[in-house]
Design a protein around this ligand. Structure first.
Ligand code: IVH
Length: 681
């Protein structure tokens, strides 16, 4: 094949694949089989490999991801990303209509749409090609998540037709369909990761992942609903949306024109009923004035347009019977009451359990065993009990009482003043607390030992092979090869787990690999109360090593950024326990990282040997990110300007004394862009 023939075939294949993607992911009307589609893709992949000169970052072969984003670039929105005013009643919708008509007069048309419960995104196309995808952020600037967004197959990378503006932005919502959400959570539970509370959180967690090939696996979808800007082809929102649909963009079909509040009410009623049949979550409907001229006359408040409003659905509620209450002990020893209910259908799923949070909630509801209770699904996966049907209460029912002893280890429960939770104080002997700490230790954001999960930890614990994280590093093949156990997973299915030689090898490799996990994550993994991911990072940066943290006084601790007295006291208490010190000693012996930078390998040595000062406020990255880059590329980050400073990276409002000193010493000052160019960014 000549290069010219290859170019033509590549172009043709890309067009065909894009068309089939559109048919499949937007119109839900595929015309070829998955197999034939894969053949086209394979052929394209091979040609692109053979003729790299025709590479295109927007080729459909790039949908599988692979790009890694270490830190998302901040991008300033050309038009601020506003939110919408919320209403919860028909009266408030009537008020909205009255306010609108006061400005527009009686001739007004509305567009009614669904309110997608996901994460807002702004897509910019230039000459019909996707050039950026930015999250809302603070409304003024958001994160550049383009690499991740490119993996969403319902977002066209290249538009069809030729009558789109030279450059335009279109906004919409990234959502995770319920089916993908259930599957993802099932997988997470299997490997011992915390499940996401709802599809919205899952979607927002997914688009912030660093590894785009992982995003590609999450099956996200995107509905587009708004084009900001003045130079649009038509004078109404509705027509422009129809036009955008012709370019291949996924404009939902669920939108209707309304000419009166009654039309709006009908739309709301219809979707309040129908929403459970949709494959994704919505949390209300959005009503927009259709004419741009009228939108313009109505204008904006500081936060939202006056020409649009969101009507939020009330949470769905059902009544069912309370069968019993179980008390669950978590990693921190907190005891959570969980209601076991007569199974009942609610918002698309069968509900069997509901959280009761704590003793105060039980008391507030004056709950009796056998009560008929109202169950509601808010934004969370686990529904809650919001009330009791007192009229159904019978004589001689038993009140629900909070146990005085731990249901797992029989220790007397404690309740600290000012706290609503009861705690089991037997931190070192209560099985769910021990297992919880081990699970936390191996979890992804901590030591990330993904060859171990909840089930395997339980087996190791039950066989008395591990009791503390340090024991994990003493495991040898002969201890664990051949262990077996059957257990029930979340949906009641029985699964068998056995440690075959491959499993054992993976576990031991995973443990060995974890010895390179940086100090800040080791610190987080220790599970010191209130030392979450961010606090661990701050502590690690401030104190550099575990010894400095162990010996820090209360005053030294609270002097560190973001460390308040609650955290300081918790750290002091943790290090005053000799068992914890023994554990650290053992983990240190095993080779874990207990000081900064030991393994923070530089990203490059482009700035090797340089001493650099960073000062001022930046526009693309935050100052912290610029400082990180300085170090990642091999330079020393200096706090003040001296003869030894090689150059200064200055943003806006650089400190005046630094500026003066730099001028005196003749030290070069470069701006953010010039700095990024040095790093080939
Ligand atoms: S229009 C200037 N339309 O809800 C108005 N927003 O609570 C731009 N949302 O920020 C927004 N569905 O993230 C619009 N059909 C829809 C929507 C929608 C969901 C989200 C969006 C918005 C938020 C406001």
């Amino acid at each position: 094949m000549t290069p010219e023939q290859a170019r033509q075939r590549i172009t043709s294949l890309r067009e065909q694949i894009n068309r089939h993607n559109h048919l499949y992911y937007i119109l839900s009307a595929p015309v070829i089989s998955d197999y034939d589609f894969d053949q086209l893709l394979k052929e394209l992949e091979e040609l692109e490999k053979q003729f790299p000169e025709y590479d295109d970052p927007l080729s459909p072969t790039k949908r599988v991801g692979g790009d890694i984003t270490k830190e998302f670039k901040q991008i300033v929105h050309r038009y601020p990303m506003l939110s919408l005013g919320n209403t919860y009643s028909f009266e408030e919708v009537e008020d909205f209509d009255r306010r609108v008509r006061k400005v527009t007069g009686d001739k007004v048309t509305y567009v009614c749409e669904l309110k997608y419960d996901g994460v807002a995104i702004g897509l910019t196309y230039q000459k019909g090609r996707l050039i950026s995808a930015v999250t809302r952020g603070d409304g003024t600037r958001g994160d550049d998540v383009t690499a991740n967004i490119k993996t969403i197959r319902s977002i066209p990378l290249v538009l069809s037709g030729n009558d789109y503006p030279e450059e335009f932005e279109i906004r919409g919502e990234i959502i995770m369909p319920r089916k993908s959400f259930d599957k993802l959570n099932e997988e997470r539970i299997d490997v011992g990761d915390e499940p996401f509370a709802n599809p919205r959180n899952a979607a927002s967690g997914s688009i912030k992942l660093q590894d785009s090939s992982e995003v590609a696996r999450r099956n996200l979808d995107c509905y587009l609903y708004y084009m900001p800007g003045e130079s649009l082809a038509f004078s109404t929102h509705y027509q422009n949306m129809e036009k955008a649909r012709e370019w291949g963009l996924k404009i939902p079909a669920y939108l209707e024109l309304a000419h009166s509040v009654n039309d709006i009410f009908n739309f709301i009623d219809k979707w309040d009923q129908e929403r459970k049949n949709l494959p994704f979550d919505i949390d209300g409907v959005v009503i927009k004035v259709n004419e741009y001229a009228q939108q313009h006359d109505l204008g904006y408040t500081a936060k939202s347009p006056r020409w649009a409003i969101a009507y939020k659905f009330k949470a769905e509620k059902v009544c069912t019977q309370l069968l019993s209450v179980s008390f669950q002990v978590g990693r921190t020893g907190a005891v959570t009451p969980v209601a076991n209910l007569q199974p009942v259908q609610l918002a698309g799923t069968v509900v069997k359990r509901a959280t009761l949070h704590n003793a105060d909630i039980i008391q507030g509801l004056d709950l009796m065993l056998g009560d008929w209770v109202y169950v509601e699904k808010g934004g969370e996966i686990i529904p809650k009990i919001v009330g009791v049907a007192l009229e159904k209460r019978e004589a001689l029912m038993q009140p629900v009482t909070f146990p005085e002893r731990c249901p797992e280890c029989q220790s007397s429960l404690q309740r600290k003043e000012g706290e609503s939770a009861h705690y089991c104080p037997n931190e070192k002997g209560c099985p769910p607390q021990i297992k919880g700490k081990l699970e936390h230790f191996i979890s992804r954001k901590a030591m990330n030992i993904d060859s171990l999960g909840e089930g395997k930890i339980e087996m190791l614990y039950d066989n008395q092979l591990v009791n503390s994280p340090a024991d994990l590093y003493g495991l040898k093949e002969e201890h664990i090869l051949g262990l077996e156990k059957s257990f029930r997973n979340g949906d009641g299915k029985t699964k068998k787990l056995s440690f075959k030689s491959k499993t054992v090898e993976n576990i031991l490799n995973g443990l060995a690999k974890s010895k390179n996990v940086p100090f800040e994550r080791v610190l987080f993994a220790l599970g010191i109360r209130y030392v979450g991911e961010t606090v661990a990072k701050k502590l690690a940066r401030h104190f550099s090593n575990i010894e400095n943290i162990r010996t820090a006084t209360y005053d030294e601790l609270v002097n560190a950024e973001e460390i308040g007295d609650k955290i300081a006291e918790s750290i002091l208490a943790w290090f005053s326990d000799s068992d914890n010190l023994i554990m650290i000693e053992k983990l240190w012996q095993a080779g874990l990282q207990f000081e900064n930078n030991a393994t923070n390998e530089p990203v490059s040595d482009l700035l090797k040997g340089k001493s650099i000062v960073v000062s001022g406020v930046f526009s693309i990255y935050t100052r912290q990110q610029i400082e990180n880059m300085v170090e990642e590329h091999g330079a020393k980050l200096a706090g003040s300007v001296s003869k030894k400073t090689d150059f200064i990276v200055a943003g806006e409002n650089m400190g005046p004394s630094k500026l003066q000193k730099a001028q005196e010493l003749g030290i070069p000052i470069i701006n953010e862009k010039e700095f990024l160019e040095k790093l080939d960014l």
